[in-house]
Every structure is written in structure tokens, then in C-alpha cells.
Write a protein that binds this ligand. Structure first.
Ligand code: SF4
Length: 322
């Protein structure tokens, strides 16, 4: 690859085409870190409001470390992959112990929840350190540029890195992958690297990177129970996401009544159909708790519970809830 011409073309393009994103207006390591963790497996448009609210609630590592876990999880509620929120709090404590945000790559890499990609992204964007960040977008761009699915991508990325401004370079590579070199039907006609791209030359851009075999999809049906008592609803601790609350599934002694709503939810290859039913019970599970309907917004609810309770907001608005 002609690294120098690739660098020139990509940086020129990035200068004019980059999206104006809130985390691009700062080089504060704390803010960069929060944005990078939120952006893992979550779309940019979905992250923006969470990022702004999270920074308003927890403006620095001290505020995050000292906040009750339930408050942090509630602020994360809806973003999914909740181990990320728990690791943020663990890492915030590490940052306090360290006496501030670590300024070298290896110490950043030691923070809870930070892998090679995130450490390189923070080190380069916040501190200008020469580490190439390789996420899914960058991987796709490099595989296609090389027209080689089996290359050592970290070595190739290191070779391409613009050491003069590694933060800007990493963001430019990610931006190209996110907006032009898309997984399906890349916009090669608008690509600043079209002339240097091996996949484009060979017409293989839609075949690379080679897909891994997907697990067989499963279809499952589950029942969730809405049990009300004096303006409160019964919640149980989530078995799937620690620290979160959900609606209970049928348990011994419960009287299951009419269906209230149904909705669908997909987790990787499992496609669930959830049916929410009204129910009554004399005895409830020991680990459960009653939550006032007006307090539901403050509870760390799993995404499934939030979807299950969406109907309730309308009922409350109409003053029909029990
Ligand atoms: S030319 Fe097409 S395949 Fe190659 S890097 Fe650009 S968008 Fe990706």
C-alpha cells in the first residue's frame, strides 16, 4: 500500500466530510472514554443523547465513582450490555486511585472494561500518542484496501498510522468505515481511497471481509406478568443483567389473567415474542419488590422491562392504570 498517498487523501476527505459529533469537540480523556465505551456495539445516533445526559449527571471520574450503582445503571438503561456501565464505575475508582486519568497507553489499557481498541483510541485522541485503533470499521477498510482477508490488521494499521496526528487519523479511518466503506454496498464512487483500494480494483468489495457462519436463529415465546397492588407494580431482579429489574415470569401460586400486550425483542440470534399478562398473587417471590408507578423512571429496568412497560405510560396518561 502507498501509505503516504492514502494518508493524504483520507485526511483531506476527513477535513471536509467529518460529522459534527459532541465527543469530537473535546480532547478531555474522561469524555472521550465515556463516548468510546458507549459507542461499542451501539449506533452513533442512539449514543448522542445518552452521552450528553451521562456527562451532565456524572461530569468527572469522581462523580461517577461516588454515584450509587443504581443511578449509573439507570442512566445507562436502554443502551444494553450493562457490564460496560459497571466497568465504567470500577474504572472511575481506578482513576481516583491513580490520582487522575492515566496519560500513558499501558495504564489506560489496565482500566476495567478497556481493551486494545479503546486504549488506542483514548491514548491517540486525548493524548496524541501513536497507537492505531482497530475496530470493526477500521478492520473492514484495511481488509478491502489490501484485498486480503487474512492480513495481520494491527501490523497494517500501525504501518498506515499518521504519527503526526494519530487521534485525527484514527477518527478519519473510523469515519470512512462508518459512512462510506459500509459493510454492505460501500459507496466506492465517493471514496477518497478508491484509487488505492485493492478490493475495488478486483470487484471484491462486497465479498470482503469474509463473513463468519451465523448461528441458527431461534424463535421463543415468553410470558411476563404485570402484578399491581395499590398503585405499585411487582418487579424481580433480572437474572440476565445483574443490578437490573424486570417483570416476573409465571411463578408458583400466581393467577394469570388477560393479555395486556405483546412485543418482540431480539438478542443475538434469539427472536423472542413476549406476552405481557395481568396477574394477581397472594405470595410473591422473596427477592421481588413493589415499585410505585411514578418511580419506574428512576429504576434500572432492563430493556425488555422497558418495552414491556411501554403500554403503561399511555395508561397513566389516560388515568386508567390500576
Ligand atoms: S473504494 Fe470502496 S471498498 Fe475500497 S475503501 Fe473505498 S469504499 Fe471501501
Amino acid at each position: 500500500m502507498h501509505a503516504a498517498s492514502i494518508r493524504r487523501a483520507l485526511l483531506r476527505w476527513y477535513e471536509r466530510a467529518q460529522r459534527d459529533l459532541p465527543w469530537r469537540r473535546t480532547t478531555a480523556p474522561y469524555a472521550i472514554w465515556i463516548s468510546e465505551i458507549m459507542l461499542q456495539q451501539t449506533r452513533v445516533a442512539a449514543v448522542i443523547p445518552y452521552y450528553e445526559r451521562f456527562l451532565a449527571s456524572f461530569p468527572n471520574a469522581k462523580a461517577l465513582a461516588r454515584a450509587p450503582e443504581a443511578k449509573v445503571l439507570a442512566a445507562w438503561s436502554g443502551l444494553g450490555y450493562y457490564s460496560r456501565a459497571r466497568n465504567l464505575q470500577k474504572a472511575a475508582l481506578q482513576i481516583l486511585d491513580h490520582g487522575g486519568f492515566p496519560k500513558d497507553h499501558d495504564s489506560i489499557r489496565e482500566l476495567a472494561g478497556i481493551g486494545d481498541y479503546t486504549a488506542a483510541a483514548i491514548a491517540s485522541i486525548a493524548f496524541g500518542l501513536p497507537y492505531a485503533a482497530v475496530d470493526g470499521n477500521v478492520r473492514r477498510v484495511i481488509v478491502r484496501l489490501l484485498n486480503n482477508n487474512g492480513a495481520d490488521l494491527q501490523i497494517e494499521a500501525d504501518g498506515l498510522l499518521d504519527r503526526g496526528d494519530p487521534g485525527r487519523w484514527n477518527q478519519a479511518m473510523m469515519e470512512l468505515g462508518a459512512t462510506v466503506c459500509l459493510p454492505r454496498d460501500p459507496h466506492c464512487g465517493e471514496c477518497p481511497l478508491a484509487r488505492q483500494c485493492g478490493a475495488r480494483r478486483n470487484g471484491t468489495q462486497n465479498e470482503l471481509p469474509a463473513k463468519r457462519a451465523k448461528p441458527t436463529p431461534e424463535r421463543l415465546t415468553r410470558t411476563l406478568l404485570a402484578i399491581f397492588r395499590r398503585g405499585r407494580i411487582l418487579l424481580v431482579p433480572s437474572l440476565r443483567v445483574k443490578g437490573f429489574w424486570e417483570l416476573p415470569e409465571p411463578f408458583e401460586g400466581v393467577q394469570v389473567g388477560k393479555m395486556l400486550r405483546e412485543f418482540r425483542h431480539t438478542i443475538t440470534h434469539r427472536h423472542y415474542r413476549f406476552i405481557v399478562r395481568e396477574a394477581t398473587a397472594e405470595d410473591v417471590p422473596k427477592t421481588s419488590r413493589w415499585c410505585g408507578l411514578e418511580r419506574l423512571g428512576d429504576m434500572p429496568l432492563s430493556t425488555i422491562a422497558r418495552k414491556a412497560l411501554a403500554w403503561n405510560a399511555q395508561r397513566r396518561a389516560d388515568n386508567h392504570f390500576p
